[in-house]
Design a protein around this ligand. Structure first.
Ligand code: HEC
Ligand code: HEC
Length: 245
């Protein structure tokens, strides 16, 4: 069993071992990070910290803590779980190497591509879909209803990956009427260009308002949080889908 002292010694070793880190390797691995932390290391949303110019030892210890689960955050735990010690040292060295006030970055933003969703609201919905899950609020009224395309049910029952063309739509209700939708669907080619740390096969995700218009959001958040469900086609409710009638 690892003692607290051993853990502390490992952490301090990680901190000074960054001398051998490779900034260019870190840059190559950083594309996924850029989706949230920005191409210039300035966080793209109020809850996403800046990384540019941060001390390498600190970046390393935080990434190691996200990986071990000592620091809890659903998105960062899912990302860090995929990193080796070498990746962590290289990424820390790369983000440390950027100027802290890097407001300008030559305008290049290679992550913009997969910050966007590919998914439009399925035109045929609800035709061809079956309801596989329903939740109710304390008032007994429907709070959400989850639908999946019919062919996915047979695949889930057979323990197989959900087939190309599968779509899942979750209706969220407020006071008995649909207030918004969350959806995910898989389509050949949609995963192209998405870095491995965020890649969800060919699945793409989207939020829609009651009028089925797509809402602005960072698609990388959906990818990061669903990524650990890789064994069940990135779907949390795979077991419920298998039970659908
Ligand atoms: C899907 C969005 C997303 C992606 C992708 C992402 N991060 Fe994060 N990261 C966050 C959020 C949100 C936080 C804030 C966590 C918290 O509140 O504890 C964070 C926090 C961190 C922190 C802690 C910073 C601090 O000041 O304590 C580090 C270090 C970090 N991320 C590094 C990375 C690296 C390296 C990558 C790429 C390998 C990456 N992140 C990819 C969203 C993301
Ligand atoms: C912080 C983690 C997290 C993030 C970020 C996230 N999801 Fe999920 N998602 C879940 C969990 C957990 C479930 C299953 C439980 C539930 O339905 O509440 C789920 C379920 C779903 C489902 C139903 C199918 C399934 O996997 O069971 C859809 C559709 C969905 N999410 C879409 C989205 C979209 C669109 C986004 C991005 C806008 C997104 N999710 C971002 C955690 C997340």
């Amino acid at each position: 069993m690892k003692s607290r002292l051993t853990a502390a010694l490992i952490a301090s070793f990680l901190a000074w071992s960054s001398a051998g880190a490779d900034v260019e390797q870190g840059r190559a691995k950083s594309l996924a990070c850029q989706a949230c932390h920005g191409a210039n290391g300035q966080g793209t949303a109020p809850d996403i910290p800046n990384l540019a110019g941060q001390k390498a030892g600190y970046l390393q210890s935080q990434l190691a803590a996200f990986r071990s689960g000592d620091r809890r955050h659903e998105l960062m735990n899912a990302i860090a779980a995929q990193l080796s010690d070498t990746d962590i040292a290289n990424l820390a060295a790369f983000w440390n190497s950027l100027p802290a006030d890097a407001a300008t970055h030559g305008g290049a933003d290679p992550a913009a591509e997969f910050r966007r969703s590919r998914l439009e609201f399925p035109a045929e919905f609800p035709a061809g879909f079956v309801v596989y899950f329903e939740s109710r609020g304390k008032d007994g009224k429907v709070a959400s209803k989850s639908y999946v395309t019919r062919a996915a049910v047979a695949a889930a029952r057979a323990g197989k990956p959900l087939p190309d063309g599968t779509a899942i739509v979750v209706e969220d209700y407020a006071n008995g009427v649909v207030a918004s939708y969350a959806a995910m669907a898989t389509h050949t080619g949609w995963g192209e260009g998405v870095p491995e740390l965020l890649e969800n096969g060919d699945w793409s995700y989207a939020l829609f308002d009651a009028a089925k218009q797509r809402r602005e959001f960072n698609h990388a958040r959906c990818l990061a949080c669903h990524k650990p469900q890789e064994k069940t086609s990135y779907v949390f409710g795979y077991a419920e889908i298998a039970k659908a009638k």
